[in-house]
Design a protein. Structure first.
Length: 256
């Protein structure tokens, strides 16, 4: 099947003086992750990198004019496709293998994932009517030959580690459940949490092959105590601390 040509792969919006949100509008909603760039005095941080269908470095070169740490909140294929473009890559030990093996081997959904996974996602609340992960392609990319490229993880991070940008720093929170090594990035001074897929304002996935509902419940209990002012999730719009507590309680009511 021939897909139309996308002349622009990434979109972006400036959240504040330091934070920029990027996303891939031609990726289907289920796989359209939030990509967060945080500018610091000494270096910047990129939280997740999307599908890797097109070069994020080429598309956002103005954001990457110094040292960059590309962090993977977890190793699922919608979050790690562009990490191979960066020299400094951080991930939890339980997720590193996914970055280094680049799991996505095609753009046809059923072929890449299998029908059982597609059926499970449908049951979780995501309409699975698309044939491909994308509705268009950038120049030079073909459905038949696309493969994600492996990244070299240069820094393993776990609970309590810090990503230091010079004038601000983010503590690593281990938030398992969605996946074994899911992490969040917490800045206590501003009450800012980059939560990855540990929590976002949409249907949460806890029945994937490497998910753990008991661990997810423990993560939600922890998030209930976090004094967050703003949460930037791995998908869907950002939200405040009260919404964080509401989402966490709703999950616990469902699963506890």
């Amino acid at each position: 099947m021939a897909l139309p040509l996308a002349t622009r792969w990434f979109e972006r919006t400036r959240v504040d003086d330091a934070i920029t949100l990027l996303w891939e509008p031609h990726v289907v909603p289920l796989m359209r992750c939030n990509i967060w760039h945080v500018a610091g005095r000494d270096r910047s941080m990129l939280v997740d990198t999307g599908m890797g269908v097109a070069s994020i470095v080429d598309a956002a070169a103005d954001l990457f004019d110094g040292s960059v740490t590309a962090v993977a909140t977890h190793g699922h294929d919608d979050h790690i496709g562009g990490h191979h473009e960066f020299a400094d890559v951080a991930a939890h030990p339980a997720e590193a293998r996914w970055l280094e093996t680049a799991p996505l081997r095609g753009l046809h959904i059923v072929t890449a994932w299998g029908q059982d996974v597609v059926d499970s996602l449908e049951a979780s609340g995501y309409p699975m009517t698309d044939e491909y992960f994308v509705d268009a392609l950038p120049a030079g990319v073909a459905v038949e030959t696309f493969r994600q490229r492996p990244a070299k993880v240069t820094r393993l991070v776990d609970e309590g580690d810090v990503i230091d940008l010079g004038d601000r720093s983010f503590e690593v929170l281990h938030l398992p459940g969605h996946s074994p090594g899911s992490i969040g990035l917490w800045e206590e001074a501003t009450g800012t949490l980059f939560s990855g897929d540990a929590i976002y304002d949409g249907p949460l996935l806890d029945e994937l092959p490497d998910s753990d509902i008991a661990a997810y419940c423990a993560t939600m209990e922890r998030l209930l105590t976090l004094p967050a002012r703003v949460v930037h999730g791995g998908h869907d719009p950002s939200f405040d601390g009260e919404r964080l507590k509401s989402l966490a309680r709703a999950y616990l009511d469902k699963r506890s």
